[in-house]
Design a protein around this ligand. Structure first.
Ligand code: CA
Length: 223
């Protein structure tokens, strides 16, 4: 799971980064709103952890701008009690959950899992769908109980499609998120990785939506 952590407190930010990375999550940590914006333009994230009091502004402005752009990414706010009462208790903000500082890291992890479950139907550790099991902390994938040997790009493609099951993911979004820069430039690179992935997980799993992208249906279409 790709998490964008926006927190300017060095000790807290570092503690969160280590705790989430230990759970197999892929954490990008920034300390300013401007850096957060830049990261969001460059790559897709599955979840945002957002402090409110930041050196270059208020985190709520980011929530507002994401929701205006109809970005559905789940947002968990981390905030000191006073900032929270000022800014959030109306809860018109569009954030999905909030955690009041100080908090235990175990509490944060359980909130992150709960939010992932609510948003994506899985707990951030194991995804299971049509005989495919993907275990995030170890990046292991099994197909009908047998281990599948996926490359890094193939794993990422599968992970993204499983997270967004029943929703079409565009070619562009897959290229940006799963293929490193130099590869994404080759126009047929995605097709090559997709063909290899399909060979390994079974041809029927990933459905092509012509001219748009790809989707994994929770249940096999036509059955
Ligand atoms: Ca702060």
């Amino acid at each position: 799971m790709k998490i964008l952590l926006i927190e300017d407190d060095m000790d807290l930010g570092n503690g969160i980064r280590i705790a989430l990375t230990d759970q197999g999550m892929d954490v990008t940590w920034v300390r300013q709103l401007a850096d957060a914006q830049r990261q969001l333009e460059q790559r897709g994230f599955d979840l945002l952890l957002l402090d409110l009091g930041l050196p270059d502004g208020n985190g709520m402005d980011l929530v507002a701008s994401l929701r205006r752009g109809r970005e559905g990414v789940p947002i968990l706010i981390l905030s000191a009690r006073d900032a929270l009462s000022d800014r959030l208790l109306g809860l018109d903000s569009g954030a999905d959950d909030y955690l009041v500082k100080p908090f235990e890291l175990a509490e944060l992890l359980s909130r992150v899992r709960a939010l992932a479950r609510r948003s994506y139907g899985f707990d951030g550790e194991t995804m299971e769908l049509r005989g495919i099991v993907l275990h995030v902390p170890t990046r292991r994938v099994t197909v009908n109980g047998r281990p599948a040997d996926l490359t890094g790009s193939e794993y990422e493609l599968l992970r993204i499609l499983m997270m967004r099951a029943d929703r079409v993911v565009t070619r562009r979004s897959l290229e940006e998120q799963a293929l490193p820069g130099s590869q994404a430039n080759a126009s047929n690179s995605l097709d090559v990785h997709m063909a290899n992935l399909r060979r390994k997980v079974g041809e029927g799993l990933i459905r092509t939506v012509r001219g748009v992208g790809y989707v994994i249906d929770q249940r096999e279409v036509g059955r």
